[in-house]
Design a protein around this ligand. Structure first.
Ligand code: FAD
Length: 324
């Protein structure tokens, strides 16, 4: 029997997020012949996100546009998703494992009395059964899970599942859904952004992180220059945040953000277990530390023993020669 797969396509300020395409990539992995992939875009200004999605060969794009959806509010978003679920009766609902996806997925799973698998990093469909891999114990072990029965609800960790690719001549049917306008018990009055970073840390392909070794807020400047040049984002250890060198929004680790970029460059970070919990799944780890015994070198693919204030500007200089 054919399945209906509903993908929640996250957008920010009306722009489609990369995780939306990765979640769509996950939908393609579990879809069989004849299955229908449908996408929900919700927000207050979604024209651009909807038109971007149109190229990806989905069957239906459900759109819900309303002022209540301008800033994330679980009550409003659940009402919007609930309206689409009532209509589409999906067999699977997929979210990115982002702050919003982590909040919405369990609400949706509970409303559907469905099972949920969180933080999926790989999906194997060999043998006809979808088996989902997710890290445990801060990446020290992996668990493989499968659903016993439906509906399925799962979240996909950013930067792990290949993003769906555009399909020539794709043309989705677009269905505007009326927002059910529930009376909200709480309202978002204002959102004050703490980071000015151009690239979202949890989605960045390259992350340059600084630890206590950067020694001051100004010490982050060479890291920012390198990140700008490479199109990456700047992160930090808790040591650097606690010392007041940067905002806690940059913290990576057990009590910070979990990142899995293509390249993670740790500068002046010792490699405490709590920091590794947030970055050890990165594809390539490069460590710069003046202490050859620093534990970060045990997880690094490439290690540079030296002073970060010499090494980072040198890297920037060399990359500039080939990139600019
Ligand atoms: P340090 O351990 O002080 O290391 C600084 C490193 O910089 C040293 O290795 C030194 O050799 C090197 N260095 C110094 N100068 C230079 C230079 N000029 N050039 C090159 N290298 C240099 N930590 C996190 O990061 N994220 C978390 O989420 C987190 N959660 C925690 C939760 C709990 C419950 C607890 C107890 C701790 C947590 N920590 C977390 C803190 C963690 O244990 C470490 O204290 C912290 O990661 C250390 O930060 P650091 O590596 O920047 O500093």
């Amino acid at each position: 029997m054919s399945k209906t797969i509903l993908v929640y396509a996250e957008n920010r300020d009306g722009k489609l997020r990369q995780i939306a395409l990765e979640t769509l990539g996950a939908a393609r992995l579990i879809a069989g012949d004849g299955d229908s992939i449908r996408v929900l875009v919700a927000g207050s200004n979604i024209t651009e996100a909807v038109s971007a999605l149109n190229d990806y060969g989905v069957d239906t794009i459900y759109t819900i546009e309303h002022d209540d959806l301008e800033s994330y509010n679980p009550e409003a978003y659940m009402a919007a998703i609930g309206a689409v679920i009532d209509l589409a009766q999906p067999d699977a609902v997929l979210f990115g494992h982002t702050a919003i996806g982590r909040d919405l997925a369990p609400l949706v799973a509970a409303s559907l009395n469905a099972g949920q698998i969180s933080d999926v990093t790989a999906i194997d469909t060999e043998g006809g059964e979808a088996v989902f891999t997710r890290p445990l114990y801060a990446g020290k072990a992996f668990e493989k899970r499968a659903f016993q029965n439906g509906p399925w609800v799962f979240t996909v960790r950013p930067n792990n599942i290949p993003a769906a690719e555009a399909i020539d001549g794709a043309n989705a049917s677009i269905e505007d859904i009326t927002y059910p306008a529930p009376s909200l018990r709480s309202l978002v009055k204002d959102v004050v952004r703490k980071t000015t970073g151009k690239i979202d840390l949890s989605e960045a392909k390259i992350v340059i992180s600084g630890g206590r070794g950067v020694k001051s807020a100004e010490g982050f400047q060479p890291l920012e220059e390198l990140a700008d040049l490479l199109g990456g984002a700047v992160g930090a250890s808790r040591g650097a945040c606690d010392a007041g060198y940067c905002d806690y929004a940059l913290q990576i680790g057990q009590t910070g953000k979990v990142v899995t970029p293509e390249i993670y460059i740790a500068c002046g970070i010792s490699g405490a277990i709590q920091h590794l919990a947030g970055m050890s799944q990165s594809r390539v780890i490069i460590a710069i530390n003046k202490d050859p015994e620093a534990p970060i070198f045990k997880v690094a693919d490439y290690g540079i023993v030296g002073d970060l204030f010499d090494i980072v500007p040198l890297l920037t200089q060399e990359f500039r020669k080939v990139l600019v």
